[in-house]
Design a binder for this molecule. Structure first.
Ligand code: ADP
Ligand code: MG
Length: 672
């Protein structure tokens, strides 16, 4: 510049004007010790407000400047030849109409101009208007101060970062809270203030927000000035410019220790509540279980008491009658014997019927389900039922004309109907009417509490309806329980309905009670429809005369000595050739020796590790054509279908010798 200006004097004014006329800086060339304006450019005119300055001295042209010592400064530059550089100098420029003086802030340079002899001949003034910059900076300062004032006036800790996450601002709350020296957490040092277990997570979340611009939101433990860590909620949001670029992040930390504690208390109390509820439920269940157990014991007590009572009576009948027979025989009065034989037989049959009912209830009676024509069965029972009901109770029958067949054990069905008829009679001591009904029925929904085997669908409904005393809801609830009776001791066993129920369920059906006190009762059996082939066998012709197959060979296997002897003796009496064994292995050994055997008659429950069925299957391996008749008092695992498939037959205990002989005869007659 120095160099340029020295040669300047050789330029003429026109050239200088060209150089500076339209530049952004205000330029004036002052000449001589009086600082007379030789040239000003457009920007200078704008700065000082268009005036006619050329030829005038500064003191004349800009008196406001002269008042403030600017002329002295020009004199100094002129005298010393040292340039003056002033930054943001406040210059008074003109008097406004109201008398006030307008000021502007300028950056200014007074550059001495020399001639070829190095003497100062003038000063080149260059000024740039900095008013806007200065006021903008002042405004920024104000807004920053405002920002600080605001951030310090609230309870939350506030911080801010550069777009890359560099922390450069924390409000006072942060320093108060953490107790660390100002500036010590700038950059990324803040992370060290977090609980060790939270640092990694917080860092990851923060990095994620920085890279995606997503809001930062996290709970973590922050070290309090007390040294304790307290839960804090951290939150931050980016500030974006017009192009959407992030220019800053602003964040807050809020102490939520108390909220977290309250939350924990709440969750603890919820857990406690749940625990209490569970405990209560467990106690309730236990109490219920105890009650059930007590009821079971109660029922068992009733059961054993009931059985003992009834059995003793029946045994009394048998023992007494046998005793009488012995006495009569000893005294030669044989003529009286048949009466006592009948008595003994009746008692024994009573005992047998009772065990059947017990087994029926436990659903383990050996059933022989087959196709049953309900219409025929019900009609055939009319007389028996009427006789049971007595004269004061007329019996009517109502049958669905399209009645389908059912599949069940017909003997047990008869028993069930008879039991229901007896109950109906007992409920109508003053007379009434009894009706037997049978119809097709649809079970739309499986009743609550029924087991899974029961399915909705089509069934046969057989009902016994009376107009008797009816039952209370409580009695209905317990009527199917074994040994539940409302009848006086000696009259009711409480086994009737339980047998009916057990039979229905074992047959794949259901029993129901509808009753209203004082109005009467309908007990119904729902039994499955018969489907498929008729696998049943025609009932044995009870009346046919016995025609024993003389000489047929029967192997009798039975562990009970009395039963074994009885069976063997009865068979021998009819000229069967018999051999007796008391268990499976013994029977197998005998079967292994050569010789003809037409029939294996075996008990199912046998000692020695081989049951009757297994024995039969083993025996068949040696003698494929061997006929098998199984004896049992217990059905348990024995499925009827299996028997049919293995072509074995079954006889239920206790049986009349007569019935056994008939079955043996049928089976051996067709023997090869
Ligand atoms: P029991 O007849 O030996 O008492 P049940 O099992 O057959 O035993 O019946 C149980 C109880 O159900 C009876 O004592 C009686 O209270 C009630 N009950 C059964 N059938 C009827 C009916 N048709 N009318 C009124 N009550 C009945
Ligand atoms: Mg009864």
């Amino acid at each position: 510049m120095d160099e340029a200006l020295r040669t300047q004097s050789t330029y003429d004014l026109g050239q200088l004007r060209q150089l500076f006329q339209r530049g952004p800086a205000a330029v004036a060339w002052l000449d001589g010790p009086q600082h007379e304006f030789r040239f000003v450019n457009d920007s200078y005119q704008v700065l000082v407000g268009a005036r006619d300055l050329i030829g005038k001295s500064v003191a004349q042209g800009l008196p406001e400047l002269a008042e403030r010592g600017f002329v002295e400064r020009l004199d100094e530059v002129y005298a010393t030849g040292e340039p003056y550089i002033g930054n943001e100098v406040r210059v008074p420029l003109r008097r406004l109409p109201d008398g006030a003086i307008e000021e502007r802030v300028v950056d200014v340079v007074y550059q001495p101009v020399r001639d070829e002899w190095e003497r100062v001949t003038g000063i080149l003034v260059q000024a740039t208007d900095a008013t806007q910059r200065v006021s903008a900076r002042a405004a920024l300062k104000v807004s920053e101060a405002k920002f600080r004032a605001i951030t310090n006036s609230i309870d939350q800790m506030i911080w801010s970062t550069l777009p890359d996450g560099f922390h450069d601002f924390y409000n006072q709350r942060w320093y108060e809270y953490t107790g660390v020296p100002a500036g010590s957490t700038d950059g990324s040092a803040w992370n060290g203030m977090f609980h060790e277990d939270d640092q990694k997570r917080a860092w990851a979340v923060w990095r994620h927000s920085l890279s995606t611009g997503e809001t930062y939101h996290i709970e973590y433990r922050l070290r309090h000035r007390s040294g304790a860590y307290r839960w804090v909620l951290g939150r931050a949001q980016p500030l974006r410019d017009e192009q959407g670029r992030i220019v800053r992040w602003f964040g807050t930390c809020t102490d939520i220790q108390e909220i977290v504690e309250a939350r924990q208390v709440l969750s603890r109390s919820r857990q406690e509540l749940e625990r209490q509820a569970q405990l209560r439920t467990a106690q309730l269940l236990q109490a219920e279980e105890q009650l059930r157990q007590a009821q079971k014991m109660d029922a068992l007590g009733q059961l054993t008491g009931g059985i003992a009572h009834d059995f003793n009576n029946m045994l009394q009948g048998i023992v007494g009658a046998l005793d009488m027979i012995k006495r009569l025989e000893a005294s030669g009065r044989a003529g009286g014997i048949p009466r006592f034989v009948d008595m003994a037989m009746k008692s024994a049959q009573g005992a047998a019927a009772m065990t059947h009912r017990l087994l029926a209830f436990s659903r383990q009676q050996p059933l022989a389900p087959q196709r049953v024509d309900v219409k025929a069965l019900v009609l055939s029972m009319r007389e028996l039922v009427q006789r049971t009901a007595g004269e004061s109770i007329p019996v009517s029958i109502e049958l669905d004309p399209d009645l389908s067949a059912t599949r069940c054990d017909p003997n047990q069905l008869e028993n069930a109907i008879l039991n229901l008829a007896i109950n109906a009679r007992d409920a109508m001591p003053g007379g009434g009417t009894l009706e037997l009904r049978a119809s097709n029925a649809a079970l739309e929904a499986v009743p609550l509490g029924a087991d899974a085997a029961l399915q909705a669908g089509h069934y046969i409904r057989i009902s016994v309806c009376d107009t008797g005393s009816g039952m209370s809801a409580e009695v209905i609830g317990r009527a199917f329980d074994p040994f539940f009776t409302t009848k006086p001791v000696g009259q009711g066993t409480g086994l009737g309905l339980s047998m009916v129920y057990g039979f229905a369920r074992q047959s794949g059906g259901l029993a129901t009670i509808e009753s209203r006190e004082g109005e009467g009762t309908t007990v119904s059996l729902l039994l499955p429809l018969f489907t498929g082939e008729d696998a049943g066998q025609p009932a044995a012709q009870e009346s046919a005369e016995l025609r024993p197959t003389a000489g047929a060979r029967v192997l009798v296997v039975e562990d009970d000595e009395i039963v074994r002897t009885l069976v063997v003796d009865a068979l021998r009496e009819l000229d069967y050739v018999t051999h007796a064994a008391s268990d499976g292995p013994e029977a197998l050994r005998w079967l292994a020796t050569p010789g003809r055997v037409d029939l294996l008659l075996t008990d199912i429950g046998l000692p020695g590790g081989l049951n009757g069925k297994d024995l039969a299957l083993k025996a068949r391996r040696q003698r494929p054509d061997l006929k098998v008749l199984l004896m049992t008092g217990y059905a348990q695992e024995l499925a009827q279908a299996e028997l049919v498939q293995d072509s074995m037959e079954l006889i239920r205990k206790p049986f009349l010798i007569d019935v056994l002989l008939r079955r043996v005869e049928e089976m051996t007659r067709s023997a090869p």
